[in-house]
Unconditional design. Structure first.
Length: 422
């Protein structure tokens, strides 16, 4: 299993305080720079990794993130996946500056998005068109002599923008830029890009295409997901994709700082995200997916999904009319192997997901009724007969015969699910 990678380079103020990061496309953990052949694909990967794989709060903390935004990204609906409070969109003066592009930038600015003009070395017609839209101008100081830089700064001071010195490599360059009035600094003199990594657990394109078709049905064309049947089908598809379900929860938490309630189920996360946002996210995942078309479930994923179904069936016996409890049980089972699947410690997973307290206890310590049920399933996986009998007895509502029956039901469900993937 490979990994997902994301580069970030600090942006500092005049007092060397951290004020932002530039988020960078990376394909390997040791890369200092990436060879980008498709700007949209690179930006899409940055967005997917920052929000879904790592969690935007882990990547940025309380700072903003500068993300390269080529015209295709600006014009696409994907851009609205990014909450405006988190990011600054970097545009280049070399981009194709059309009337439609300018109008789109103005609309995004009205919605609270901030723009930065990237890699500026001179003022030309395109730069003059873009300057009224941007808050920050990033000047490539390595490409300019001291006299050229002084002249450019004088010209830029006609606009109410913050100046960022880009590619600062030594103390002398920083001192000169400070004298010229630059407010922000970025470059190898302060820090090289740090490459963050996490293990790869990527859904196949077939599953993503199925989800996309479900979210674009005509009879569910609303953000409130009023069509419960369609929600159930979407939830069912998520239920055999533990990694994707985890990323869904992370996306919901990244985009909603003030969620009024704990997330108890995949269905609840789908509703909180909304149809349009879910569509855009799946489209983005399809665009960034480079996984081979392998429709088989790997061992860890299959075990996680099996645990989820067993937990749901046990919860159904305990509380046959409590659908919410059954959904929480399923989610616990499926999340229980994410530390192994993603290479992230379980306490970090639990901290970022905003799940209910009984779910957290079950995953962290195996305490509570749901935790006991999970312990029972783990004992069965290990073939610990005496522990199985003890745990069944402690649960008090489940017989050995019933446990055997739900195992058969769960395996049948897994087999049917595998058939629908192919």
């Amino acid at each position: 299993m490979g990994g997902f990678f994301l580069g970030r380079q600090p942006i500092l103020d005049r007092n060397h305080n951290l004020v932002a990061f530039e988020l960078l496309f990376r394909q390997e953990e040791t890369e200092e720079a990436a060879h980008v052949t498709d700007d949209l694909s690179a930006s899409a990967n940055v967005i997917v990794n920052a929000y879904g794989k790592f969690g935007i709060h882990n990547v940025l903390g309380q700072q903003r993130g500068f993300i390269n935004a080529d015209p295709d990204l600006i014009m696409s609906d994907i851009i609205t996946l990014l909450p405006s409070r988190h990011i600054v969109l970097e545009v280049k003066e070399s981009a194709s500056i059309t009337q439609e592009f300018m109008q789109r930038c103005k609309e995004l600015k009205q919605k609270g998005y901030q723009f930065a003009l990237d890699n500026i070395v001179a003022i030309n017609n395109n730069v003059e068109l873009l300057l009224p839209l941007v808050s920050v101008v990033k000047v490539d100081i390595l490409a300019l002599s001291q006299n050229e830089l002084t002249k450019l700064v004088t010209e830029l001071n006609r606009w109410p923008v913050l100046l960022l010195a880009l590619k600062v490599e030594n103390r002398e360059q920083e001192a000169h830029c400070r004298q010229l009035g630059f407010q922000m600094f970025q470059g190898y003199y302060f820090a090289k890009p740090e490459v963050m990594s996490v293990k790869r657990a990527e859904p196949g394109k077939a599953s993503l295409l199925k989800l996309l078709s479900l979210t674009t049905r005509d009879d569910s064309n609303n953000d409130d997901y009023d069509n419960e049947n369609n929600i159930d089908e979407i939830e069912k598809e998520f239920k055999h994709l533990p990694g994707l379900s985890y990323n869904l929860l992370r996306m919901v938490n990244s985009g909603n700082d003030n969620i009024p309630q704990k997330i108890n189920s995949i269905k609840q996360a789908i509703k909180l995200m909304g149809l349009k946002q879910l569509q855009k996210w799946i489209q983005l995942l399809l665009y960034t997916s480079n996984q081979a078309e392998d429709h088989t479930l790997n061992t860890v994923t299959q075990t996680a999904v099996t645990r989820g179904k067993l937990m749901e069936l046990i919860a159904t016996i305990e509380r046959p009319h409590d659908k919410n409890y059954q959904e929480r049980a399923y989610l616990i089972g499926m999340l229980s192997l994410l530390d192994e699947l993603l290479g992230i410690e379980m306490h970090k997973i639990v901290d970022k997901l905003g799940i209910s307290d009984d779910m957290s206890r079950a995953l962290m310590t195996r305490h509570g009724r749901l935790g006991q049920a999970l312990k029972l399933i783990e004992a069965k996986e290990k073939g610990e007969t005496s522990s199985i009998q003890t745990l069944v007895s402690e649960l008090g509502f489940l017989s050995m015969n019933e446990f055997s029956n739900i195992e058969t039901q769960a395996m049948g469900w897994i087999n049917r699910m595998g058939e629908t993937i192919n």
